[in-house]
Write a new protein. Structure first.
Length: 220
């Protein structure tokens, strides 16, 4: 999956000349994490809720009401925008973009082409949607979680068991927990008990929430 296939295209960038009051309305209406700031076709920076909230009160709190209203009308995005924007190309794999956002604790990334022109926007909401999609939650079915050794042929072997019961795999994923590799398969079977039984007969250790309750209790 590539960034370009999941990036937002229908969003509202602003310019340095955009009034802060207008920028705040856009943020609140669209429920964005931040607004991208453009100069022509090029991405120049971004502005966050926190930047607007910090700027408006601090700049007008000591003024009389009519003076404050006048000053607010003159404040622009260019006065508070941040230029340390992190960008990625649309060709980047979506998990690489997620890693960048995680490592830098970013609310979003600007997506630019080879000429530096803004073509899209990736934010935390998009990343969560990708996670839900890749885990196959919307497809229904049953969820099988089992611990495996790091060896070739695991998915193929498990797929054979699943196919023998007339079911198919809807999604696959893996994660590691305390050095253990866990495989998650979502299968289109309403009753997964026979599949579980056959997987366990082949030596796979299937997990459920009950298997981790002691860990949760010890960590509380």
């Amino acid at each position: 999956m590539y960034v370009g296939l999941k990036m937002l295209k229908d969003f509202h960038p602003v310019t340095p000349a955009t009034p802060l009051s207008e920028a705040r309305k856009i943020l609140e209406k669209e429920e964005y994490w931040m607004l991208l700031v453009t100069e022509g076709e090029r991405l120049a920076g971004y502005v966050r809720h926190e930047d607007l909230a910090a700027a408006l009160p601090s700049l007008v709190s000591t003024l009389e009401r009519h003076e404050a209203n006048y000053l607010i009308s003159k404040l622009t995005v260019g006065m508070v925008m941040r230029r340390d924007i992190t960008t990625v190309p649309p060709e980047m794999e979506i998990e690489q973009a997620a890693q960048i956002m995680h490592d830098k604790n970013l609310a979003g990334l600007g997506v630019v082409d080879e000429k530096g022109r803004l073509v899209g926007y990736i934010n935390r909401t998009v990343m969560l949607e990708v996670l839900v999609e890749e885990m196959g939650l919307a497809l229904g079915g049953s969820r099988l979680v089992f611990e495996v050794e790091d060896r070739a042929g695991v998915i193929l072997d498990a797929a054979g068991v699943i196919a023998a019961h007339g079911a198919s795999i809807l999604s696959t994923s893996t994660f590691f927990h305390n050095g253990r590799r866990m495989v998650i398969l979502r299968v289109n079977a309403l009753d997964d008990a026979p599949i579980r039984a056959d997987l366990e007969a082949k030596g796979y250790r299937l997990e459920s929430a009950a298997d981790f309750r002691r860990e949760w209790a010890e960590g509380a």
